[in-house]
Each structure stands twice: as structure tokens, then as C-alpha cells.
Design a protein around this ligand. Structure first.
Ligand code: DGL
Length: 328
């Protein structure tokens, strides 16, 4: 609980559960201690790239990640299917008691974000497209950006719109690369098959003179950072690689702070941080954060990929099986 006086008109807090409200009775808008987990979902392992960045920035926050590996890829599906699957996954996470949901999937963000926000108004949803577009627009020097994404993301025009909102003068080359997703989902991160598939999909960007090329490549699919080095090797150092995963993690931190949803001691580098801009030290975390990983697919394969990304066995204890209704 909080020693600060109760303000006469408490601000409306986003989806504060009864448990969280009880834990902080009488505390309106000051050092709110909301220890509920943050939910993440993706069509498979791709969103783990967002989870990793979020855990680095928010070490005090608990997380729960749901990967729909049994039904990947999403990028070649119809909009209706993607909206349907994304809603199912969001509902699972809401039932688990999350305080916010990161749609750690560009395809689901591009196609389903407005529907999810409308259907579940109590839950703040953070998409990956706007943060990725903002980062790419800040990165380019020649005003030419390549966007590599799934067919559904390209079809939606979401990156085109978001990038033009950042800077209408940008020239944008979108390349659909759905075929890379199953290779990455199967763990082929540096294989000859992946290298040759990447070289092939990048031809529209690499088969022109360096002077005409994009100087920024936006990895508009959360699976792609798994193979970042492969993309980089196709360009040498002439192109900056920006990914939506890293950018979205920064936005998540801001959303938690603005909505007063932070766990005590949760973040680094925000106004809540000790020593930052003269603010007082944050409350210390009283409960160690917990991290759960769930997949609708093969738990052993999912765990292997998570370990390869997080770089340590210890970081990934167990992976739980979750059966979506269609499978059960
Ligand atoms: N990782 C996802 C994305 O960011 C989905 C890829 C897929 O399932 O096709 O688009």
C-alpha cells in the first residue's frame, strides 16, 4: 500500500483487477504496485524476440507468452482467420489475468489490432507496427526504407500507412516473405536453405545499384530477428536493420508507466528509475517476477528455439502445452 494521500478524484485505471485494487487500496495514481503479468502472443516463436527485449527493459515484470505454433504461419491466411485466432489467444491471456497484451506478431497487429481494442476495451493492447515504423523512419538517411513482412502484413498496408504518417516523403519498398516463417519456426536460423531463401526474397532490394538502394531494412515480422545475421550478410554494412521487436518493447515500457501498471522496481530508464531526473528510488520488487511460456505446438521444439534465442537453459525452465479449442 501507499502512504500518499488519496486524491479526491481518482483517475480511471486501466483494467485494474480486484486483486490489484485490494493490494493497493487507497493508492490512486502513485507508485501503483501492479504485479499482474504482461501477456504476449504470436503465431509461434517469433514473438519471443519481443519478449526478450521486453524482459531486458522491464526486469521486474512477470510475463506470460502464448505461441500458436500449431497453426502457424498466419501470414498466408485470410484476415478473418487471423482475427479469429488473435481473439482466441487474447482471451486466453485475459483469462490468465494479464494487465496488458503485446501483440508480438506483425501480421496479427496489422490485421486484428483495431478489432481486439474494440472487443476488449479494458485491456491495453500494444502492437508492433507503429513502434517499428517510427524506429525505421528515424533510422533512414536517404529516405528509402525496405519492409520485409508476411503477405498478410504487406496486403494490409499497415506499414505503408504508419511510415507515411511518420514522414510523407519516405519511399517504401514492401517485400512479402511469408516463405521464411516456416523455416525460422523449424529452427533453420543459419542453414543453407534459409540463406538461399533470404537471398531470393531480397532480390528486389539487392539487385539494384547501391546508390538506388534502401538504406534501412525494417524486419516487419517478429520471426525475422532470429536470422538477423543472414539478412545483414546480404547487404554488408550499407543497410541499417531495424526490427519491430526491439521498438515495441520500448513502447510497452511507456504504456505501463502512463497507465500506472508498473510492477514495483520494474523498469530501467524511466521516470520511475532511481537516479533518473532526480526522482526518488522506486519501490523494490517484493515478489520475484515469474515467466511462463505456452505453446499450442510441440513443447520440446519450442523450448529449443527459446533457449537458442535467450542464450541460456536457465532462462527457459519449462514450456507448457496449451490446446486451442480447434485442436481439442
Ligand atoms: N511472427 C509473425 C509476424 O510478425 C507471424 C508470422 C506468420 O505466422 O506468418 O508477422
Amino acid at each position: 500500500t501507499c502512504a500518499l494521500p488519496i486524491s479526491p478524484q481518482p483517475p480511471v485505471l486501466h483494467s485494474l483487477s480486484n486483486a490489484a485494487a485490494a493490494a493497493c487500496a487507497g493508492c490512486y495514481g502513485h507508485t501503483m504496485a501492479d504485479t499482474r503479468p504482461i501477456g504476449f502472443f504470436d503465431s509461434g516463436v517469433g514473438g519471443l524476440t519481443v519478449l526478450r527485449e521486453a524482459q531486458l527493459r522491464l526486469p521486474g515484470e512477470s510475463t506470460i507468452y502464448l505461441g500458436d505454433s500449431a497453426r502457424h504461419p498466419y501470414g498466408t491466411r485470410s484476415d478473418e482467420e487471423v482475427v479469429h485466432f488473435a481473439s482466441e489467444l487474447a482471451e486466453v491471456l485475459i483469462r490468465e489475468g494479464v494487465k496488458a497484451i503485446v501483440i508480438a506478431c506483425n501480421t496479427a497487429t496489422a490485421v486484428a489490432l483495431p478489432t481486439l481494442r474494440t472487443r476488449y476495451p479494458e485491456t491495453p493492447f500494444i502492437g508492433v507496427i507503429r513502434p517499428g515504423a517510427a524506429a525505421a523512419a528515424l533510422s533512414t538517411r536517404n529516405g528509402r526504407i525496405g519492409v520485409l513482412a508476411t503477405a498478410a502484413t504487406v496486403r494490409s498496408g499497415a506499414y505503408f500507412t504508419a511510415l507515411k504518417d511518420e514522414n510523407p516523403a519516405l519511399q517504401i519498398v514492401q517485400v512479402a516473405a511469408s516463405e521464411l516463417v516456416p523455416l525460422i519456426e523449424q529452427g533453420e536460423h543459419g542453414s543453407a536453405a534459409l540463406r538461399s531463401a533470404v537471398a531470393q526474397v531480397l532480390l528486389p532490394l539487392t539487385s539494384i545499384t547501391v546508390a538506388q538502394r534502401v538504406d534501412t531494412l525494417l524486419l516487419g515480422c517478429t520471426h525475422f530477428p532470429f536470422a538477423r545475421e543472414v539478412f545483414a550478410s546480404c547487404f554488408g554494412d550499407t543497410v541499417a536493420i531495424v526490427d519491430s521487436a526491439t521498438a515495441a518493447a520500448g513502447t510497452l515500457r511507456e504504456v505501463l508507466a502512463v497507465n500506472q501498471l508498473e510492477s514495483p522496481g520494474s523498469s530501467r530508464g524511466t521516470a520511475a528509475d532511481a537516479g533518473y531526473a532526480g526522482h526518488a528510488a522506486p519501490e523494490r520488487a517484493s515478489i520475484a517476477p515469474t515467466h511462463r511460456l505456452l505453446t499450442t505446438g510441440d513443447t520440446v521444439q519450442f523450448r529449443q528455439l527459446a533457449v537458442s534465442l535467450f542464450g541460456s537453459e536457465r532462462a527457459v525452465e519449462t514450456v507448457e502445452q496449451y490446446k486451442v479449442p480447434a485442436q481439442s
